[in-house]
Every structure is written in structure tokens, then in C-alpha cells.
Design a binder for this molecule. Structure first.
Ligand SMILES: [Cu+2]
Length: 328
């Protein structure tokens, strides 16, 4: 397209340019509608992290909205590039320069207003999507502002399915393993992360040594695990099955092996699991520090004495070693 130089005397727009603009705009609209439908309806349901929890579903919805809004921009750029390469190509023997461009007020204004509207509306949408799903599965620090609707923390020592009292699960990171403590079931600490389906859960994430990051991928939960700090994140698992737990913060030489698999099960199976596990770990639970939102890492040094009492071999970095006969 030739430029409309604002200072130049009004010259009629060449017929060829008008034709190009019309073809480009109509083609852009048609291709954009097709591509947006494909992105939203065909690709969208396959976008990560899936819909295994409320926070995961919210994140997938956000990706679908962002992807769909970006699609007309991508289509426009690629279409213009292809159209220019095909129809505005110069003959091989034409070595002359193209006509100089001196700006185009209409194009500039349209671009600035259009991109500003897209970016600002997405900023508003992103903020709402962070606030309304109770922090969107991210850590909110020790005093969360956004909590799941209809939940309270009425008891830290008991939990019953289907009540407003929210399930508490403490996530403890240490080099290089995750453990999970259940204060409402006697405070046992397990290497297994087990959750009931369709029950809101509050993760209280902390660390015993360096900064880790608790990332329950399919649940759409990611929260930094900082020593001496309780970082709270919420979600509600929506489907029974397994999910991956990884560390998303480079935390030392075995960072890459700091992963486990979590399980979402029915209320009845979850209650049975807590009962069995509490019984199995009763001897170890008695020796654990009392449940707290953070733990003093210097206490870890005294755990070797506990291990001696139990006849265990470990105690180097935490409460147990992989070779120990009894594991939390
Ligand atoms: Cu880590």
C-alpha cells in the first residue's frame, strides 16, 4: 500500500491500492473468524494444565481467551506478509527504489488505539482472573486476601468432608524431597500427597532449607516454598486421578529429582487413607515437632537423636533417609 503523505497535495488513491485494502480486510476477517474458532474450540480444550482442578480450569480458560485474542493479530501479520510477498513483488530486472513512505496517520492511529485496547482489556481480565478464583492456584503469602467462597478455617485439628471447614495440607520442601503434613488428622507427615475430590484445599507451603517451589502441575498450583515463611495457595480438585508434583525452583544439585505423584480420590477413600496412614506413622508422628506453619531448620540437627532412638540410619537433611525402615 502506498502511503498517504499528510503534507502532500491530496492525490486520488490509486484504484490498485483500494482493491488491495479491500481484499486484505475481507480476507483478514474471514481467516480470523475461522482461526479464532479453531483456537477456542479445537485447540483450547487441549491447552495445559487441563481441568483437573478449579485453578487449572481457570488457567486453561485464561489461555483460551488470550490465545483467541492474539489470533487475529497473528493472522493479520502473516496475511499482510504473504500478500506483500506474492502481489507486490517487483519484476526481477527492476532495480529502482520504492516510493519513500512518510507515515500514515490513519494506520498509526488505528494500530495504537487497537493495541492499547487489547492490552488494557487483557490487563483488567488478567487481574480479575487472578482475584476471583482465590489467587488462581498461586501462593498468596501468609495472610491470603482471596479465599475460596464458602470456606472457613473453623478447626485446625479435625476435618469432615462436605463441611465449610477447609482441608489443611502443609507442603514441606527440603533438599531434595517433598513431604506433606496433615494437621487435621493428628499431624502425621507423609511422602504421599493425597487429596479428596471436590473439596477445597488450603496448601500451607514452607521449606526447611533453601527456596523451593511447590508445583502441582495438573492442579494448576504453584507456590514458592520459603524457609521461615508460610505461603498459602488454594484449589479444589475436580477429578479423581493422579497429578505430578515438581520443584519449580532450582534448589541444588538434585533439584531435578525433586518430584512425586499425588493422588485425588473419593472422600471415603481419602478418609480411609488418612486413618491407615495416621496409624502407620503414629510412632514417628509422636517424635515430630508440633504442627506449625514454619519450622526452625536448626531443629533438624537434633533429629539424628530421634533417629537413633528409632534405630534409623538417616537424619542428614530431614526426618528420614530413603534407606530407613520406617518412612513418614
Ligand atoms: Cu527444590
Amino acid at each position: 500500500m502506498a502511503a498517504d503523505a499528510p503534507s502532500a497535495p491530496a492525490a486520488p488513491v490509486p484504484v490498485r491500492d483500494r482493491h488491495d485494502a479491500l481484499v486484505l480486510i475481507v480476507t483478514w476477517i474471514v481467516l480470523s473468524i475461522i482461526a479464532c474458532l479453531l483456537v477456542a474450540l479445537v485447540w483450547g480444550p487441549h491447552l495445559p494444565p487441563g481441568r483437573a482442578s478449579t485453578s487449572a480450569a481457570d488457567q486453561q480458560d485464561a489461555y483460551i481467551v488470550l490465545g483467541t485474542m492474539a489470533t487475529p493479530v497473528v493472522v493479520g501479520v502473516l496475511l499482510y506478509f504473504a500478500y506483500a510477498a506474492i502481489f507486490w513483488r517487483k519484476p526481477k530486472d527492476d532495480d529502482t527504489d520504492a516510493a519513500p513512505l512518510h507515515g500514515n496517520t490513519k494506520v498509526s492511529a488505528t494500530w495504537i488505539i487497537g493495541t492499547a485496547a487489547v492490552v488494557l482489556s487483557l490487563a483488567v481480565y488478567g487481574t480479575v482472573e487472578l482475584i476471583s478464583p482465590a489467587g488462581a492456584g498461586a501462593g498468596e503469602g501468609p495472610q491470603p486476601i482471596w479465599k475460596p467462597a464458602g470456606t472457613t478455617t473453623s478447626s485446625l485439628t479435625s476435618w469432615t468432608p462436605g463441611t465449610s471447614n477447609i482441608l489443611q495440607v502443609q507442603v514441606i520442601g527440603q533438599q531434595w524431597a517433598w513431604t506433606f503434613r496433615y494437621p487435621q488428622f493428628g499431624g502425621f507427615e507423609s511422602t504421599q500427597l493425597v487429596l479428596p475430590v471436590n473439596e477445597p484445599v488450603q496448601f500451607n507451603v514452607t521449606s526447611l532449607d533453601v527456596i523451593h517451589s511447590f508445583w502441582a502441575y495438573q492442579l494448576g498450583v504453584k507456590a514458592d516454598a520459603n524457609p521461615g515463611l508460610n505461603n498459602v495457595a488454594y484449589t479444589t480438585p475436580q477429578s479423581i486421578g493422579s497429578f505430578e508434583v515438581r520443584c519449580a525452583e532450582l534448589c541444588g544439585i538434585w533439584h531435578g529429582s525433586m518430584f512425586t505423584t499425588g493422588q485425588v480420590m473419593s472422600d471415603a477413600d481419602f478418609m480411609a487413607w488418612t486413618k491407615t496412614t495416621a496409624t502407620q506413622l503414629a510412632a514417628v508422628t509422636k517424635l515430630l515437632p508440633p504442627y506449625a506453619t514454619t519450622y526452625d531448620p536448626t531443629v533438624v540437627a537434633t533429629m539424628g537423636k530421634v533417629n537413633q532412638q528409632l534405630g534409623l540410619t538417616g537424619g542428614g537433611g530431614g526426618y528420614y533417609s530413603p534407606g530407613d525402615p520406617v518412612q513418614p
